[in-house]
Every structure is written in structure tokens, then in C-alpha cells.
Design a protein around this ligand. Structure first.
Ligand code: GLP
Length: 294
């Protein structure tokens, strides 16, 4: 068989993929929490974030949050601002890494995710902006930027809690259908469906960028814990495929089934497509009963 020699790679090497350590026996790995309304999903998510931030503050250990954009986490960010303003939580010792950013939009464009994060969260809380990271895509070498982003996550000690939304086609970040489950931060071409879904944030569909820099699926899976938020019936099929379908790059969110510590916080509309909904509801009731009796 002929030996095919490849030119020496000029790519900068990244650390090999590794899962975070598994939880101890008895912990739930893919927890499905179904709540009646989007507001309850917001409260649940805010409790989870604030508990982690406060616990780390008590222990004097920094905390690294992975953040998402889109319409779904807006309620969470409003709630974090409100709790901060009431004096309930400080973000001074928090580092953040955002999932993604469009390619082709300057950071001060109102549609950019830099702008979104500043306006919807960062400028209203006591976070150090130097410790916030949204992938850089403006006037930079995109491959280098992707590499630096991964390295900065590594230097920060990894992500403790990654917040995720989900696309109607089950993409996470901008890991579109077909994204390798072992992928790292890189440039992705957006699908027509994603561009059409996100056109509501732009003056016209043509203005939606065609590419984005996104954390890879492996990058996301390396987070210590993951909280995916989904509300509304438009997400029901994506949630069903994510939870109950096979693990496949055709459903990028299905990769979460591989992770040892994922919580899905869903409103009843987003959960409505789950074939095993009754089972998931019963599991949560049992979990609550076990927690009360212990
Ligand atoms: C974009 C983002 C995703 C987000 C998705 C859904 O594609 N890159 O991170 O989950 O939109 O957004 P929404 O919450 O507005 O439905």
C-alpha cells in the first residue's frame, strides 16, 4: 500500500480532549427539569448560577462561567442583574467565556455578541471586563483567535458551568448540523436555517453574517457542568432529538448525552415532544423526595 506523506502541519496543537471527572455513583448525569413557565426556567437557572458563584466566593475560589446569547438566556441575565443590584451576588471574581461570535461584525455593532453581552449583562454588574471573553472575530487572524480562545479557557482552569441555548435544529453555540463531536473553537459556516432563525435580530435576512467563530463541541463537553435552557414549542423537536435520539453529529446537542453532569431546564412547551416525559417528571419528583428525606 503506498504511503501517503502529509506536509508538516503548521497548525498550532491544542490539548487533547478529555471529559471532566465523572460524578460519584448515584448522581444524575442528564437531569431533565420541566417547569411550567419560561419565568420559572429563568429562576431555576439564576439559582444555579448564583449558588455556584456564592459558594466559590465563600471558598475564595474563582469561578469560570460559559455564557450563551440568543433570546433564551435574556431572562437569566435580567435576573442576575436584579439579584446583583439587590446586593445578593457579586461577579467580581468571575471569568466568563462566551460560546460564539459572528464573523464580519465589529464588536460595537448592536447585532454582535460582544455588544449583546455588554448591554444585557456585563455593564450592569460588577464583573471585571478584562475577565470576560467573547471570541474575537474583528480584524484578527481567525485561526489564531480560535487558538487563543481555547488557551485562555485552559489558563483560567476550564469552565465550571456552561450555559447553553439550543437552535431549532439542535445546534449548540454555532456548532451546526454535521459538526464533529470532537471539534474545538473554529470558524463555522451558518446554515440557511440558523440564518433565517436569527434574521429577527437584523434589519434584513441578508444582513445575517454567513460565518461565526464558535467553541467546539469538545470544548463544551470539557466544562465541569452544563445547563441547557430551552423554552417554547419551537424547541420541542430539538429537545426530543437531543435527549432521546441517537448521539450523532446530525443533532449536535445529542453530544450532551456523553457528558457526566448536564441539566436541561425546560418549560412545558419545550418539553412537550419528549416521548418519556412522564418518566422524567417522575424522576424529578423522586429526586425531590430523596433530597427532602436525606
Ligand atoms: C444562536 C446562538 C445559540 C443559541 C441559538 C438559539 O444560534 N449561537 O447559542 O442557542 O441562537 O437562540 P434563541 O435562544 O434566540 O432561540
Amino acid at each position: 500500500m503506498p504511503v501517503i506523506s502529509h506536509p508538516a502541519s503548521t497548525a498550532i496543537s491544542l490539548p487533547p480532549f478529555r471529559f471532566p471527572p465523572s460524578l460519584s455513583t448515584g448522581d444524575i448525569k442528564l437531569r431533565i427539569v420541566v417547569l411550567d413557565t419560561p419565568d420559572l426556567v429563568t429562576q431555576f437557572a439564576a439559582d444555579m448560577v448564583c449558588e455556584l458563584v456564592k459558594e466559590r466566593a465563600r471558598e475564595k475560589i474563582e469561578v469560570v462561567l460559559g455564557l450563551a446569547t440568543g433570546g433564551t438566556p435574556l431572562g437569566l441575565y435580567r435576573e442576575l442583574i436584579a439579584r446583583h443590584q439587590r446586593g445578593g451576588v457579586s461577579f467580581r471574581e468571575v471569568d466568563t467565556f462566551n460560546l460564539d461570535e459572528y464573523v464580519g461584525l465589529p464588536p460595537d455593532s448592536p447585532q454582535s455578541y460582544h455588544y449583546y453581552m455588554l448591554e444585557n449583562l456585563f455593564k450592569h454588574i460588577d464583573i471585571d471586563l478584562e475577565r470576560t471573553h467573547v471570541p474575537e472575530t474583528w480584524n484578527v487572524d481567525l485561526d489564531e483567535s480560535a487558538h487563543d480562545f481555547e488557551m485562555n479557557i485552559e489558563l483560567a482552569g476550564g469552565i465550571d458551568l456552561q450555559i447553553l441555548g439550543i437552535g431549532t435544529d439542535a445546534h449548540i453555540g454555532f456548532n451546526e448540523i454535521g459538526s464533529s463531536l470532537g471539534s474545538r473553537t473554529r470558524v463555522k459556516t451558518l446554515t440557511r436555517k440558523t440564518r433565517a432563525d436569527n434574521a429577527r435580530y437584523f434589519a434584513s435576512p441578508d444582513e445575517v453574517p454567513r460565518m461565526a467563530l464558535t467553541m467546539g463541541i469538545a470544548t463544551i463537553l470539557e466544562s465541569q457542568s452544563i445547563l441547557l435552557l430551552a423554552t417554547g414549542e419551537s424547541k420541542a423537536t430539538a429537545i426530543r432529538n437531543c435527549v432521546e435520539g441517537p448521539i450523532t453529529s446530525s443533532v449536535p446537542a445529542s453530544a450532551l448525552q456523553l457528558h457526566p453532569n448536564v441539566t436541561l431546564a425546560l418549560d412545558s412547551a419545550a418539553a412537550s415532544g419528549l416521548a418519556n416525559l412522564d418518566y422524567f417528571l417522575e424522576s424529578e419528583r423522586n429526586r425531590a423526595a430523596t433530597t427532602r428525606s436525606s
